[in-house]
Design a protein around this ligand. Structure first.
Ligand code: 5GP
Length: 192
């Protein structure tokens, strides 16, 4: 998606450790006009797929999933990273290792929000090693629902998550795929 690539070139900051910081339009401040364009693009790419629900993970996935859901006309469920007293009933959970925070945690979804047979589209901001997406797939499986596809805003193609998910037969649509980035020159190479 050209608009997104331009924005990454303009505002993305490349940090050491293969981290792309895009907090002035995606991860902290959110550009809702851009989110709307991304939501439409997800809808266009998954036009042939039945989607009953969108699943994301707190916190950075929520904004884009919520905007995208307006084009799919389906509810959004977000996996929570902490157990809270407001979580009740039967829970589905999966362990996830955070790429940016370098720690392991459990993500939780109340099972009543994912019904057997539902077709669930996963949406997230980044795809790196695939741990977050695989955890969400595990939760969908536990619910006896189906993964309709995985929509990612920025895939880091030089990390193995995308390959791993595609090899499992999952349909992954990334709006921008970064094949390389260099912190010294602050340059990003995109896949066509
Ligand atoms: P994965 O589980 O695929 O290794 O990493 C995906 C998660 O890590 C995303 O939900 C995102 O929050 C975070 N992440 C991974 N790489 C980056 C990055 O380069 N920049 C930012 N801002 N977040 C990242």
């Amino acid at each position: 998606m050209e608009l997104l690539k331009e924005r990454i070139r303009k505002d993305g900051v490349i940090k050491e450790g293969n981290v792309l910081k895009v907090d002035n339009f995606l991860n902290h401040q959110m550009d809702i006009e851009l989110f709307n364009e991304m939501g439409k693009e997800f809808r266009r790419r998954f036009a042939d797929v039945q989607v009953d629900k969108i699943l994301t993970i707190e916190s950075s996935g929520i904004g884009i999933a919520a905007i995208a859901a307006q084009y799919f006309h389906v509810p959004v469920v977000f996996a929570k990273k902490t157990q809270s007293i407001n979580l009740d009933g039967e829970m589905l959970s999966a362990p996830i290792e955070s790429f940016t925070h370098k720690r392991k945690y459990e993500v939780i979804v109340a099972s009543r929000f994912l019904q057997p047979g539902e077709r669930v589209l996963i949406i997230d901001d980044f795809l790196a090693n695939g741990c977050a997406a695989l955890g969400l797939c595990q939760i969908i499986e536990e619910a006896h629902a189906q993964v309709a596809g995985i929509g990612i805003v920025i895939e880091k193609g030089f990390q193995h998550g995308g390959q791993l998910l595609r090899e499992k037969g999952l349909r992954v649509e990334s709006l921008a795929i970064v094949d390389g980035m260099d912190a010294a020159s602050q340059t990003v190479q995109f896949r066509d």
